[in-house]
Design a protein around this ligand. Structure first.
Ligand code: ADP
Ligand code: MG
Length: 590
């Protein structure tokens, strides 16, 4: 077929497809127009998944009667005057394409009255052609009805979900924009049923309450940080690691009040959570980023779903830091919930007891415990096991500040028992050690010369072809952690140095697992995180390892110095706390 220019009506429909993919895209564009027009209240209605009818009504500025037809022309916009304005966009729209695109593939009725005029206008269009225009007597503002979406591009319909599915997507869009603008009242009716209603109080938490319910909304933590280096303010709400979702639907990001649905920020936030997040789970986090408009390029995606940041790396680092700081305040300490019920005296297990000490510092450990008497006693791990799961959200949670922990002993060669200021602590020795090592590795990684321990004799590690490929591409990640290695024959490497803490481990296995941790994903935040968790796991003492008094004391001392001390890198609890008050209740002393 010869090359020819497409007839204008065909070209219009193709272009419409870029912006208007489905009913939810119509809703997004119409709400954005209402917001740009200064609306305080926006009502959205959908029928038949938005394919039968969509209605968006606002109390914004309205469109002057003389400009009503123009609004439906392609590239007609009141928001940009010249090309320079593109660099500093402060409105949600700027392309002048949405109304033209929507009208091209549906039947549209517009009712609008500009604030400066006595009488408004009603305009009806079909497939982009004006069918009717007449005066309209209504309140200032704009209402747009979109009927029979895609009636003239039936091919589109094949790519849509069921009406219920499409209605769900519309609901999601309304929710996200409501989160972008807590100061605006949103009402969404699906098939006539009120589905979302936000108060317009200006408080983000109020919107989240309507979306996720009070239990979740009340458990979220406020976050508000400024990063001077990239002129960023990041604020919003993040959930404790105990509130998770199976997908990323609980996360939302806004840059200068614009909802950004495609963004690497989700991965950045998850990396900040990762040590505390169970595998495969995702947090709840709603973050607003505020940047000077010149730092943000919004003109990179037809539906404006993504933006480009001038200082992306700095912004990501600042967001990561802000989330981590917020989480440190809340990560809950699991508590022994059920009272300890005596299980009969005969069945006690051996508990190693140490004499009390007031204060322990890492270096002092060796002279602290001269002897260890062994006595028979009750098995507290039974009670621990019942309550070591996810702690309840909300409520007054004690923040774990493990200071001056006095070792009491070790139970089942697996749990360390210690006394602290406020009761008894049961510490999982493997997960605790893992956590400490994880933080050490993380800290070492950002140093120019990571700590590294040379091996007396190199360890030869055979690798699969895939593992060798991963190593060629991403070996630098391992060197940054203190590994030194070189090729050794066709299918092996010789390990010459390792991160110091790894010295006692099965090095060949640890190295292979480390390479595996790097593969799969590119080295993003997740890959690195998996790597650190893997190495920490290899280097940590195991459950079932008997520990000497010195080892216990030094582990507790290091735990006191560790940043995040509540969850291991795999998301399991590290510490279970039995408060004195609980003991007093159980023994009827109170
Ligand atoms: P853009 O939003 O990119 O300018 P649109 O096609 O979405 O392009 O809208 C075209 C123009 O119509 C806008 O620039 C604005 O002047 C006007 N307009 C659209 N919707 C509304 C509304 N709800 N209230 C007031 N004016 C509107
Ligand atoms: Mg628009």
């Amino acid at each position: 077929m010869a090359i020819r220019i497409l007839p204008p009506d065909v070209a219009r429909r193709i272009a419409a497809g870029e912006v208007i993919e489905r009913p939810a895209s119509v809703v997004k564009e119409l709400i954005e127009n209402a917001l740009d027009a200064g609306a305080r209240q926006i009502t959205i209605e959908a029928r038949a998944g938005g394919l039968g009818l969509l209605r968006v009504a606002d109390d914004g500025s309205g469109i002057p009667s003389a400009e009503v037809e123009l609004a439906f022309e392609r590239h007609a916009t009141s928001k940009l005057a010249c090309v320079d304005d593109l660099a500093t966009i402060t409105t949600l729209g700027f392309r002048g394409e949405a109304l033209a695109s929507i009208a091209a593939v549906s039947r549209v009725t517009l009712y609008t009255r500009w604030r400066g005029e006595e009488l408004g206008t009603q305009l009806e269009l079909e497939a982009g052609q004006v069918m009717l225009r007449k005066p309209w007597a209504g309140a200032p503002g704009t209402t747009i009805l979109v009927r029979d979406l895609f009636f003239n591009v039936p091919a589109r319909l094949k790519f849509l979900r069921s009406p219920t599915g499409e209605a769900g997507l519309i609901g999601h869009v309304v929710e996200q924009i409501a989160l972008a603008r807590p100061d605006i009242r949103f009402r969404f009716l699906n098939e006539g049923r009120p589905t979302l209603e936000t108060p317009g109080s200006g408080t983000l938490r109020d919107v989240l309450r309507r979306i996720h319910g009070s239990a979740v909304a009340d458990a979220l933590v406020d976050l508000d940080e400024v990063a001077e280096t990239c002129q960023l303010r990041v604020h919003g709400l993040v959930g404790p690691p105990t509130i998770t979702r199976a997908n990323r639907s609980g996360m939302a990001f806004f840059i200068n009040r614009r909802w950004i649905s495609r963004t690497p920020l989700g991965a950045v936030v998850e990396e900040a959570y990762r040590p505390a997040l169970p595998p495969g789970r995702h947090p709840v986090a709603v973050l607003h980023l505020e940047l000077p408009p010149a730092e943000v390029d919004c003109n990179v995606h037809p539906a404006k779903a993504e933006v480009r940041l001038r200082n992306e790396r700095l912004v990501h680092a600042a967001v990561h830091r802000a989330v981590r700081t917020a989480l440190l305040q809340v990560a809950p300490l699991p508590e022994v919930g059920a009272p300890l019920v005596p299980t009969g005296w005969g069945k006690g297990r051996a508990v190693t007891l140490f004499p009390p000490v007031d204060h322990i510092q890492s270096g002092e450990a060796d002279r602290v415990f001269p002897r260890k008497p062994v006595v028979e006693t009750e098995d507290p791990s039974a009670a621990v096991a019942t309550s070591a799961g996810a702690p309840a959200a909300g409520a007054d949670r004690p923040v774990f500040r493990p200071t001056a922990l006095r070792p009491v002993g070790q139970v089942q060669n697996t749990y360390i028992v210690a006394e602290g200021a406020d009761g008894v602590y049961f510490i999982d020795q493997h997960t605790a050690h893992e956590r400490i090592l994880y933080e050490e590795l993380l800290a070492g990684r950002s140093r120019p010369d990571p700590p590294s321990q040379a091996l007396l004799a190199p360890v030869v590690v055979t690798l699969s072809a895939h593992q060798r490929a991963v190593l060629t591409e991403q070996g630098e990640e391992l060197r940054r952690l203190g590994f030194a290695f070189e090729e050794f024959g066709p299918d092996a490497v010789a390990l010459r140095a390792v991160p110091p803490r790894l010295a006692g481990a099965d090095l060949a296995r640890a190295f292979r697992d480390a390479v595996d941790a790097l593969s799969g994903d590119p080295v993003g935040p997740d890959g690195t995180d998996r790597l650190l968790a893997t190495l920490a796991c290899h280097a940590a003492v195991r459950a079932g390892d008997p520990l000497t008094a010195e080892e216990i004391a030094s582990l507790l001392a290091r735990l006191e110095e560790t940043d995040v001390s509540r969850y291991c890198p795999h998301g399991r609890p590290i510490v279970v706390h039995l408060p004195v008050a609980q003991l007093e209740r159980d023994f009827h002393r109170r």
